[in-house]
Design a protein around this ligand. Structure first.
Ligand code: AP5
Length: 209
């Protein structure tokens, strides 16, 4: 199974990606975590990425695409993956799509985490107090939200047109959201097994608006 999570900062992508990946024994490819590891290691890639991340801007596409390519290849060979925070721009989505099409392994589903701004700000303010992540200061979070709207939100239409977008209500207890997603993915797997490679009708057009 190959699934992508899209959502604004603080929507719960990382929290849910870890649970989904563990449940289905899939690799979780989280570009934010990978970049933070590069920053912590002091690598050249990390030094390049740090300034962008601290400002709340996206790291350049070519850096992120190069960083993920081998991981996606490996995870695909091992049964699939959950992409958490990648692709995040149309250029990244096109690069991922070209790669997948060439190998006949397209994304199955893109899950859009829907949540209001007040809830996001509250969650990230909580994380700023508890963990002190460098990009969780309120001003930086507001900038990250703007970056999401301008650069990542266009992916909603991109994946809706591909017929694989499904909306997830990302507000409520963590366990309830996990249950919602697992039920969807189990249903999808069942449908895929029983209906060949056809896309489920309910996914098509679910992202309207
Ligand atoms: P990244 O680490 O991906 O940050 P993000 O997308 O802004 O996401 P967050 O980690 O803030 O939120 P999340 O949705 O994962 O929520 P989480 O589960 O953590 O990226 C960081 C930076 O790296 C980017 O700004 C960019 O610079 C760079 N980058 C990364 N990918 C890139 C790419 N593809 N291209 C270019 N640049 C890239 O939860 C948040 C908090 O809420 C936690 O405290 C959690 O415990 C809590 N929480 C979770 N679920 C719930 C719930 N249901 N109820 C209450 N609290 C909850």
């Amino acid at each position: 199974m190959r699934v992508l999570l899209i959502g604004p900062p603080g929507a719960g992508k990382g929290t849910q990606a870890a649970r989904i990946a563990a449940h289905f024994d899939l690799a979780r490819i989280a570009t934010g975590d990978l970049l933070r590891q590069e920053v912590a290691s002091g690598s050249e890639l990390g030094r390049t990425a740090k300034a962008y991340m601290d400002r709340g801007d996206l790291v350049p596409d070519e850096v992120v695409i190069a960083m993920t390519r081998e991981r996606v290849v490996k995870a695909n060979a091992e049964g699939g993956y959950i992409l958490d925070g990648y692709p995040r721009t149309l250029a990244q989505a096109e690069a991922a799509h070209r790669w997948a099409e060439a190998r006949g392994v397209p994304l199955d589903l893109a899950l859009l985490f829907e949540i209001g701004t007040d809830e996001l700000l509250a969650r990230l303010a909580g994380r700023a107090r508890e963990e002190g992540r460098s990009d969780d200061a309120e001003e930086t979070v507001r900038h990250r939200l703007e970056v999401f709207r301008s650069q990542t939100h266009p992916l909603v239409d991109y994946y809706r047109r591909r017929g694989i977008l499904v909306r997830i209500d990302a507000v409520g207890p963590v366990d309830a959201i996990t249950e919602q997603i697992l039920a969807l993915l189990h249903w999808y797997k069942f449908k895929a097994l029983t209906a060949g490679a056809d896309r489920p009708e309910w996914a098509i057009g679910q992202g309207d608006g």
